[in-house]
Design a protein around this ligand. Structure first.
Ligand code: FE2
Length: 230
């Protein structure tokens, strides 16, 4: 299906966000909190994921779906930070702590054109990289289903130009950003640290178009030189 090009922002693959500094947490207690209720019931928990993808699941994940009270009581500053993102209602907050010395293979995320993110901890910001789509997709499902309804891993080189690897760059001290999982696929290089040294947060919900537009206008004005376009 040809891309709609509804907005110029649809072609924005990556941009740091003009938001206050990400609150600091103690990585060890945060990882403990994540382990207290690991992701068990979602569509792609570890075992299922490894069966489908045939690769090691590189993260410890905690996923809050709808009910954010455990985050609000344990880490209120992190909860408050999520609320700075341009959603009229936050639906999910997903925490991914990259296991030590694990790379994250190339993939697309389910939030499509607008993936709102921040790093609670990041010792290897240089590792995030993108491969542009061979066409400007509006949505790309990494795990389509076969005729029997079983998910399988899409062969990304058929759809993305793997010959051009573009690395994200972050301004000093900035750990909030957006990425686009339709115009490009992304991956993370192998890190050089321990579990807890690199924790990504995905904030998902109902986008407030006005706040989104304003945030991106400010972010592009401030960090346009770091932006990656399709
Ligand atoms: Fe991702």
């Amino acid at each position: 299906m040809p891309a709609k090009h509804a907005s110029r922002l649809d072609d924005l693959i990556f941009c740091p966000l003009d938001l206050p500094a990400v609150p600091s947490i103690d990585p060890e207690s945060f990882v403990e909190w994540m382990k207290a209720d690991p992701f068990k019931t979602g569509e792609y928990p570890k075992a299922h994921y490894e069966r489908v993808v045939g690769k090691t699941y590189p993260w410890l994940m905690r996923s809050l779906q709808g009910d954010l009270t455990s985050l609000a009581s344990a880490f209120p500053a992190v909860m408050a930070y999520c609320q700075l993102y341009p959603f009229s209602r936050i639906r999910n907050v997903i925490f991914l702590a990259q296991n030590g010395h694990q790379s994250v293979f190339t993939h697309t995320d389910s939030d499509g054109l607008v993936g709102m993110r921040f790093y609670l901890a990041n010792k290897s910001t240089e590792g995030l990289h993108f491969y542009r789509g061979k066409e400007p997709y509006d949505y790309f499902n990494c795990y389509p289903k076969d005729q029997q309804g079983n998910p399988y891993s899409a062969n990304l080189p058929d759809y993305f130009d793997m010959s051009q690897k573009t690395y994200a760059r972050f301004p000093q001290g900035v750990r909030s950003f957006m990425l686009n999982s339709a115009r490009a696929a992304h991956g993370i290089d192998s890190n050089t640290c321990r579990l807890g040294d690199r924790i990504a947060v995905l904030v998902q919900g109902e986008l407030d178009q006005e706040r989104y537009q304003a945030l991106m206008d400010d972010s592009l004005k401030k960090y346009g030189e770091y932006a990656i376009w399709y």
